[in-house]
Design a protein around this ligand. Structure first.
Ligand code: ADP
Ligand code: ZN
Length: 619
């Protein structure tokens, strides 16, 4: 492309960006990705969740004046994107099995007439022979493959339908393919390249750090009360709580609801109707918190999730990055908390072993799963900067010395005052009971509990009975697991594992080895990260809340998710700048031409009224 043409392209990109999205500039890799799209050169774009992948396939057809097709795995995902684009005045449609024949014909007609810039389609629809012919006739030549890791069984979300996309290049010669994913491992990346048969592709790998996320890991003592404590920092804001079992999601959601949190549970065992309802309520801001198994998430595009809590250990760092990454997609500060007990790692490991022993998983799958799990455990039990850990895990360098946005760098992590002495008490309790008991019983003895088993074995006569009575039993149990995690105690395999001492245990007993143990921090120890306070600087909180109400009303009226009206970033900007003319309103980030026309009057009038009623402001 010549220099003049290139300059023309740059201007065209800028115009479209302002007109349809109200954004001023592109993020780092977006420009290259968009150029590949415009030029019809195959590409693979890997960016973390929230990195801004959608724009990379939404913008090229506008500039090139053509219709592109986006392959997307879920109907819900397509619908929300189409709603969102239409609110921006962007001509888009979706073709999926939930459409009635009438609407289907309408979309197909629109496509031949070139009425849309983007059409979303499910992979299986795309490769149906009739549709392929038809794409050829409609002169569609450029295809974006969203969530492209679904094509790889090395990824965490393999979908067989995606495999059929391998044929696309043969069926319609001369097309370009643009793959997008947030999964960064080399194996998945290579798989995408070969499966889709990308030719000389532009490969763009984004920065995997998410600086707006605050990461915390807390020793899990009591999931319900710890979850509530975290959620209290996010009253009225969107949050997702992940649990291991369906039962846990139901119990926890009920206990949160009883404490006044607008929460609902979600798992794959519910019927489609209730799942859909919960998703819709969450998108419409009718509930704030979804307590879910990992079945919840894909297709949830709510960008203002301010908090993601894991009450149990995920299976891998990839899973964690994906799930926690659903927080703060709008770029504003958000918090990711992992409640950790060493018992989780052991439970997951024995699940892996069992499925391997029963022949359900191949030996190499077993090896990989265990390796992935150990790395996740390392994340949870390490006291290194969490941002550095995650970025390096994905093969990138972390340049900053301290992130200022993790519990380690914020200096919140609280050690048990004399870790070594506490460890010695636990170890000697194991020694006194001849290394024949499990973690729960050992914790019971140290807590001075009055259980039948303790009486039966006369363990209330031991010198270690009640030795840690100042701590709650659950805290002691967590400490015991920390020692197992640090390999200062061995734990036998099998259904009723017992704790045993090893060489390192005796080093601790002989004072040859120091031990650090962590205790749960009180809510007062949690610090606000600087970026969190900065993101609220100058924002009139009351105005922000009233703008949220206005947004909710408009969204309900139009039957779209609330964030489709405006994201939180735009609402905060409005509550900071308080534009009272359409001209000023148009300057706000996130206000494009269509939204200016469509929503400007209502929002400006609302802000005017608010300013008259609150002449002092309340920032
Ligand atoms: P991904 O698909 O990579 O998870 P999205 O495409 O949903 O991320 O983008 C995440 C958020 O960032 C969205 O709210 C989007 O509007 C916003 N965004 C994307 N690109 C830009 C940009 N150039 N300037 C400002 N905001 C942007
Ligand atoms: Zn850090």
């Amino acid at each position: 492309m010549g220099a003049v043409a290139a300059e023309g392209t740059e201007a065209a990109i800028g115009n479209a960006l302002r007109k349809f999205w109200g954004f001023e500039e592109l993020r780092p890799l977006q420009e290259e990705a968009i150029r590949a799209g415009i030029e019809g050169r195959d590409s693979l774009v890997v960016m973390p969740t929230g990195g801004g992948k959608s724009l990379c396939y939404q913008l090229p057809p506008l500039v090139a004046g053509r219709t592109d097709v986006v392959v997307s795995p879920l109907i819900a995902l397509m619908k929300d994107q189409v709603d969102s684009l239409r609110q921006n005045g962007y001509p888009a449609a979706a073709l999926h099995s939930a459409l009635d024949p009438e609407s289907m014909r309408e979309v197909e007609l629109g496509m031949t007439e070139g009425r849309y810039r983007l059409v979303f389609a499910a992979p299986e629809r795309l490769v149906a022979p009739r549709f392929l012919d038809w794409l050829g006739r409609a002169e569609i030549r450029n295809f974006a493959v969203d969530e492209a890791h679904c094509i790889s069984h090395w990824g965490h979300d393999f979908r067989p339908e995606y495999r059929q996309l391998a044929e696309l290049k043969e069926r319609i010669p001369g097309i370009s393919l643009h793959a997008f994913t947030a999964t960064a491992t080399v194996r998945v990346r290579d798989d995408i390249l070969t499966q889709l048969r990308l030719r000389d592709p532009v490969e763009l790998i984004g920065n995997f750090d998410r600086p707006n996320l605050v990461y915390r890991v807390l020793p899990r003592i009591d999931a319900a009360s710890q979850t509530l404590e975290v959620l209290n920092r996010h009253r009225g804001e969107a949050a997702i709580v992940y649990c291991l079992s369906r039962r846990d999601t139901e119990d926890l959601a009920a206990s949160l609801a009883a404490r006044g949190v607008r929460a609902a549970h979600y798992h794959a065992g519910l019927d489609a109707e209730s799942r859909r309802r919960t998703q819709d309520q969450f998108m419409a801001e009718e509930i704030d918190v979804v307590v879910a198994t990992v079945a919840f998430g894909m297709g949830i595009d709510r960008s203002d999730v301010r908090c993601v809590i894991h009450t149990a250990l995920p299976k891998s760092v990839e899973h964690y990055q994906q799930e926690a990454g659903r927080a703060g997609r709008d770029g504003l500060p958000a918090e990711c908390v992992l409640l950790y007990s060493g018992a989780d790692a052991m439970r997951l490991q024995s699940l892996i072993e069992r499925s391997a022993n029963e022949g359900k998983a191949a030996p190499e799958v077993r090896e990989t799963s265990i390796k992935l799990l150990h790395q996740m455990r390392n994340y949870a039990s390490s006291t290194r900067c969490r941002h550095a850990f995650l970025v390096e895990y994905f093969g990138q360098r972390y340049e900053k010395e301290s992130c200022g946005t993790c519990d380690v760098c914020l200096d919140e992590v609280e050690g048990v005052e004399d870790g070594t002495v506490t460890a010695q008490k636990i170890l000697s309790c194991i020694a006194r009971t001849d290394e024949r008991f499990g973690a729960t019983h050992i914790a019971d003895i140290l807590a001075g509990a009055k259980t039948a088993r303790i009486r039966q074995w006369n363990h209330d006569k031991l010198s270690t009975y009640g030795l840690l009575a100042e701590l709650p039993r659950k805290s002691i149990l967590n400490l015991v697991y920390q020692l197992v995690d640090q390999q200062l105690i061995d734990r036998s395999e099998g259904d009723r594992p017992i704790l045993q001492l090893n060489g390192r245990s005796w080093e601790v007993m002989r004072e040859e080895r120091k031990v650090q143990l962590q205790q749960p921090r009180g809510a007062d120890r949690v610090k606000r990260s600087r970026s969190d306070s900065e993101s609220w600087e100058g924002v009139d909180r009351d105005l922000f809340e009233s703008l949220r109400d206005l947004r909710r009303e408009l969204a309900t009226e139009r039957g779209v998710p609330a964030y489709v009206i405006f994201g939180d970033a735009t609402l905060r900007e409005l509550a900071r700048l308080k534009p009272t003319t359409l001209e000023d309103f148009a300057q706000v980030k996130g206000v494009g031409e269509k939204k200016l026309l469509d929503l400007g009057g209502g929002f400006v009038a609302h802000i005017q009224r608010y300013c008259e009623e609150h002449p002092e402001g309340s920032a």
